[in-house]
Design a protein around this ligand. Structure first.
Ligand SMILES: [Zn+2]
Length: 406
């Protein structure tokens, strides 16, 4: 996998990126990063750091926002830059009387706790999920009810939802007897770790230390509930509840409880929205997911104690062939992504964004279908051109039990 996979516009912007990178040296020694509190209202990007990144931030609410380009323009600081901007534009810094330097320090901690060597579960994925979350928070059906606390929780949960992700999934941690699996008793192992790590950083940074204790306790609990909702194994539970609410028309968004539920759904959507992005970006994310699968598979082979069975798509011998990730991609889109986004569209009253996402999803599904047989042959697969890896795998994909949390 190349992280520099070409996509539209990249060649044209390379020169500009190169020029901008020279600003980064200044950026890294800026007043902000040296911990000096500015006297004047803070501009989130240093005055000298204008241009492409700042221009992109003006379009942060658009669905075709190119997070890969934004990450290059910010020299790998997409998560910090995006969050600072969103906290400011949503009025959260003012509302919660947040210290800008402390906020920045906290966000740097979060960003640095992501593993940049993970092809998929890295800070760019977190930034991408946060940008999607921002788009969902602006949905008219939801936006008019949201309080500043809801917005802050939504953005923080999105930013930190995969923090310190080891690049392997829960079945792997359980089978290798990892200490996190023991600590969390094999239940939402990764999500519990992401939540607890986030709380640790919040407390260490003292970002919310000036708020009443009951409020910070509530924030910590709600963050947990939001992050734990991203466990893909709980997909059916959330989908069933959402369907029931929409069927009964009993969502009362004036009430905190129901708003929290819709924040959970919004975060789940944001976390698995890759197949609803434009094809070039969706494809790049899929390649990254596959690369992470392959790496886990390589790791699996170094653990002789792990039982390799044909039934487990994660540890399957055939994993080296491209067909299972491609097959999984199709299953994932059909059985996990599409049902959730159809209900989300219902909730939003088929908003323009929802229609746009479903249209990308249909297009991307067709693209994968046309692409996969060719890929099978080129990667030395079975040569059958078949997408099917067996009914067992499909069943697991349908129930969301494959343990591969996006
Ligand atoms: Zn994620």
């Amino acid at each position: 996998l190349s992280t520099d996979t070409t996509h539209s516009g990249e060649i044209g912007t390379k020169k500009k990126v190169k020029r901008l990178l020279s600003f980064q040296r200044y950026f890294h020694t800026s007043r902000l990063l040296r911990g000096i509190i500015p006297q004047a209202p803070l501009h989130l990007l240093d005055e000298d750091y204008l241009g492409q990144a700042r221009h992109m931030l003006s379009k942060v609410g658009m669905w075709d926002f190119d997070i890969f380009l934004f990450d290059r323009l910010t020299n790998g600081n997409s998560l910090v830059t995006l969050l600072c901007h969103l906290f400011n534009s949503h009025g959260l810094i003012h509302h919660f009387n947040l210290d800008m330097v402390t906020l920045h320090r906290f966000l740097v901690m979060v960003q640095e706790d992501y593993h940049s060597q993970n092809p998929y579960h890295n800070a760019v994925h977190a930034a991408d999920v946060t940008q999607a979350m921002h788009c969902y928070l602006k949905e008219p059906k939801l936006a008019s009810f949201l309080t500043p606390l809801d917005i802050m929780l939504g953005l923080l949960a999105a930013a930190a939802h995969d923090v310190d992700h080891p690049g392997v999934n829960q079945p792997f941690l359980i089978k290798t007897n990892h200490h996190l699996a023991n600590l969390y008793q094999n239940m939402s192992v990764l999500e519990n770790h992401h939540w607890r790590s986030t709380i640790g950083m919040l407390r260490e940074s003292r970002l919310l230390a000036h708020l009443p204790k009951e409020m910070t306790q509530d924030i910590e609990q709600q963050l947990g509930s939001l992050i734990l909702a991203t466990d893909i194994n709980r997909q059916n539970e959330f989908l069933t509840r959402l369907k029931a609410h929409l069927h009964n028309k009993d969502l009362r968004l004036e009430e905190a409880h129901d708003r929290h539920f819709m924040l959970q759904i919004a975060l789940k959507c944001a976390d698995i929205c890759n197949p609803c992005r434009i094809w070039e970006m969706s494809k790049q994310w899929s390649e990254r997911v596959c690369e992470e699968f392959y790496r886990q598979d390589d790791l699996t082979r170094r653990f002789p104690t792990i039982e390799v069975t044909g039934e487990d798509p994660v540890l399957c011998e055939n994993q080296k062939q491209i067909k299972i990730p491609f097959f999984k991609m199709g299953c994932f889109m059909t059985y996990i992504v599409e049902p959730l986004f159809r209900e989300w569209a219902r909730f939003t009253g088929n908003s323009p964004l929802s229609e746009n996402m479903l249209s990308h999803l249909a297009h991307n599904k067709a693209q994968w279908k046309s692409l996969s047989p060719r890929q099978h042959r080129s990667r030395g697969g079975s040569g059958s051109g078949s997408d099917h890896a067996g009914p067992g795998t499909e069943d697991q994909a349908q129930t969301g039990g494959e343990g591969d949390s996006p």
